[in-house]
Design a protein around this ligand. Structure first.
Ligand code: GDG
Length: 742
């Protein structure tokens, strides 16, 4: 495509992650470029190679001069489709080793005591996210899909939105998202959540992580979700589960590569034991390596028949070596390996073969395919690709067994593995024995089941699935965007208002003219609002009606002097300023029923701190806006269930609104009240109807199609024709209408 033609959408996928999938290193003055190790890099490289996108990230070195910079950028761009972001030594120390790996990583893996909360590291984290943002702004084109990866860049999505980036943005978190009880420790928890909500789609490996995230968004930001969707300004953000896959074919085919076959022979010649147990991890405290070693020691104690017959190959790839916790862990592992080998080794037999290094791909595949049992026992792991890679290498022969920790994300998919609690040494020891004793038939059955899933939902399907979902959400966003009442549409509205002789203006109160408050009595109208309403009402061409759920007394006291017409209790009571009296439209409404239901609602408010009961003439309302949100929702469901049966056969209905459960006469609603005013004229030539919640939907349902019906606060499913963001915008629109005089 013509790069200068910004009107054509590009549809490139721009992957953004802390590290590029390649590492640049200086060797005798030359630049060496090699593939990076790690779950994200190995997993997504295949997807990136086959797409025509770009990968933005840190290359591993800073160029020494402009010549080197140019050469490096050219090679990275032309040969690897990569765009480097440079990080200074200070940035690396504070942002990478600091906030990312000493705050977020331990906290998100439930190692709360390892987490540090340093303001200077948080500032560096923000600064580096900003660096990534600026780099992206240099290259972004319309239609580019931005796909941000992992915990290093959680602020980036919203930073892009602050720069008015309107591209589709996806975010995938490769590590667990912890429960609210853990996440709340973070001093910058709100900023992190807001940063993430800049994305259109946020992906997690498991349903639990998704659930935890949505719960934090509700309890920390107070934003509710519906089907995993949260409203953020004028956008809908979806959180969903996408368990990451691997390039399964690559692993299963590699088993027969000549270089792998020769590696396998070398390995067998060297070891000479009957069976091999294997573990492969970055050396990280989340991987449960000391616990695994202790469990292996117990296994040797408990099952002496396996002594001399097995070798435990433990491959640990050096990782984050500059962080103190990792140095201490390394020492602990060294000591444990030394102690266990010292205790059990015999001439010609060493129980643990400890490899503290990274091995080339063909050697890794040889290890996977020669291993009789893979021991994957992290204390916490977002997913764990090693388990899947091991299975892929055994998919053809089926001669392998997998012991897998229940706290690895992969356990949610690989139920046929031998699942263990990584802190239960006895359980792991027994699981090793069980795995080694499995018959070939048993192993084949388990592996064929699991590898079918791995082959089907591989890395390509995973990436495709994520991008498809992102495009879908984006499509909805584009449709909804056209429904926002922008300046142009407001101009059209004003023209139509100007020409009209008979105008009807139907307005909800709370959430429409004033923002919602924790307690209903705090939402009193300011003097300017009353002045504005009486100003509009003062135009003889206008009829203004406030249609509210509030009671008569409150509306009369608060709004009476503005001279507008009023509807109270969602349509039960009507007040026309000219008649100066309240009256009931529906005949035969009863109120005796309230004494039976009041105690039930009272009981719910006693059990739900922060909630209370409101009594109206013909309705009872249980309010829970101030209650702890999840408890409030849970109790609301319980209350709805309890009332459902009691109300059947009565002339009452129960409705669940915005943080309220209301019992009221069936057949009374705001729409019916609106119809009364609609019927007062043969033809209104301008109708404006505005409301912010579900009770206003009854108005939107009955107004003529060409009404300027506006839902305040973005909600994807509404009968209104347009959206406005907040009461602030509503007031400014009403002001501009009030300024129109003949
Ligand atoms: C994070 C999350 C999540 C390891 N040693 C060598 C080597 N590796 C490769 C493996 C595998 C990758 O590194 C490790 O991936 P994991 O998924 O096990 O773990 P993390 O690095 O912690 O990754 C994790 C992942 O992101 C993806 O979302 O699953 O939960 O923590 O691919 O093969 N590769 C080579 N030599 C080695 O010595 N060539």
């Amino acid at each position: 495509m013509d790069k200068n033609d910004k009107s054509k959408p590009s549809n490139r996928v721009i992957i953004v992650s802390n590290r590029l999938p390649v590492s640049v290193a200086r060797n005798n003055g030359n630049l060496n470029i090699t593939p990076s190790v790690g779950g994200l890099a190995t997993g997504l490289s295949s997807f990136h190679r086959d797409s025509n996108g770009l990968w933005v990230g840190w290359p591993g070195v800073d160029p020494v001069n402009s010549e080197e910079k140019k050469a490096m950028e050219n090679t990275l761009r032309n040969d690897f489709s990569c765009l480097p972001v440079y990080l200074s030594a200070y940035d690396l120390k504070k942002y990478y080793y600091g906030f990312s790996n000493r705050t977020l990583w331990p906290l998100f893996h439930y190692f709360t005591t390892y987490s540090t909360y340093e303001k200077s590291e948080w500032k560096a984290y923000r600064k580096v996210n900003q660096l990534f943002c600026s780099r992206l702004l240099e290259v972004l084109e319309p239609g580019d899909i931005v796909w941000v990866h992992d915990y290093h860049l959680l602020l980036l999505p919203d930073m892009l939105r602050q720069e008015n980036v309107d591209n589709a943005i996806g975010l995938f978190l490769h590590i667990p998202f912890p429960s609210m009880e853990i996440f709340r420790y973070l001093p910058w928890r709100e900023e992190i959540l807001r940063g993430m909500l800049g994305a259109d789609l946020i992906g997690f490996h498991t349903y639990d992580y998704t659930r935890h995230f949505l719960s934090c968004v509700l309890r920390i930001l107070g934003r509710e979700q519906e089907y995993g969707q949260v409203v953020a300004g004028n956008r809908l953000v979806k959180a969903d589960t996408f368990p990451m896959g691997i390039d399964a074919r690559k692993y299963s085919d590699a088993v027969n590569l000549p270089s792998v076959i020769s590696e396998k022979e070398t390995l067998r010649d060297k070891l000479k034991t009957e069976k091999i147990i294997l573990s492969v991890d970055r050396l990280d405290f989340s991987k449960g390596i000391p616990e695994r070693l202790r469990a292996f020691e117990l296994f040797l104690e408990k099952y002496p028949k396996w002594r001399n017959k097995i070798t435990f190959i433990m491959l640990c790839v050096p990782s984050r070596t500059k962080v103190e916790q990792y140095q201490l862990l390394k020492r602990e592992i060294d000591e444990l390996v030394g102690r266990i080998n010292g205790r059990f080794a015999r001439p010609g037999w060493l129980p643990i073969l400890y490899m503290y290094r990274s091995v080339p791909f063909n050697e890794l595949i040889a290890l996977y395919s020669e291993a009789d049992l893979a021991l994957v026992t992290p204390l916490r792991d977002g997913m764990n690709l090693v388990a899947k890679e091991y299975l892929a290498c055994h998919s053809k022969m089926g001669n392998g067994a997998l012991v897998l920790s229940e706290t690895a994300g992969a356990a949610a998919e690989l139920g046929e593995a031998i699942i263990v609690n990584p802190n239960d040494m006895e359980m792991i020891a027994d699981a090793i024995a069980q795995g080694l004793d499995m018959t070939l038939t048993e192993k084949k059955a388990a592996i064929s089941f699991m590898s079918r899933r791995i082959e089907k939902y591989d890395i390509f399907r995973w990436a495709e699935d994520f991008i498809e979902h992102l495009s879908h959400i984006r499509g909805l966003h584009d449709l909804n965007k056209q429904r926002f009442l922008n300046k142009d549409l407001q101009g059209v509205m004003r023209d139509s208002y100007k020409k009209a002789e008979k105008r009807l203006i139907l307005l909800d109160y709370d959430g429409t003219l004033v923002s919602l408050k924790k307690k209903p009595e705090l939402a009193k109208p300011p003097a300017e609002l009353l002045h504005l309403l009486s100003n509009i009402k003062g135009d003889p061409k206008n009829t203004v009606v406030i249609i509210s759920g509030r009671d008569r007394e409150c509306l009369s006291e608060w709004m009476g002097e503005s001279g507008v017409d009023l509807v109270a209790e969602h349509g039960t009571w009507l007040f026309e300023a000219d008649l100066d009296k309240w009256w009931i439209k529906e005949e035969g409404l009863a109120e005796e029923w309230k004494k039976n239901f009041y105690p039930i609602l009272e009981m719910f408010s006693e059990r739900t701190p922060g909630s209370f009961v409101e009594e109206k003439t013909y309705a009872l309302v249980w309010h829970y806006r101030k209650a702890e949100p999840e408890l409030g929702d849970h109790r609301a469901k319980e209350l709805m269930d309890a009332l459902h049966d009691m109300l059947s056969g009565t002339a009452l209905q129960v409705l669940r609104g915005s943080k309220v459960v209301e019992i009221k006469p069936a057949g009374v609603n705001k729409g019916k009240a609106a119809m009364y005013w609609l019927g007062k004229e043969k033809k209104w030539d301008f109708i404006l109807a505005m409301g912010d919640d579900w009770t206003d939907e009854d108005i939107f349902a009955v107004v003529p199609e060409n009404t300027w019906s506006i839902r305040v606060g973005f909600k994807p499913y509404t009968k209104a024709n347009y959206f406005m963001e907040s009461p602030v915008e509503v007031i400014s629109l009403l002001r501009s209408l009030a300024d129109i005089k003949d």
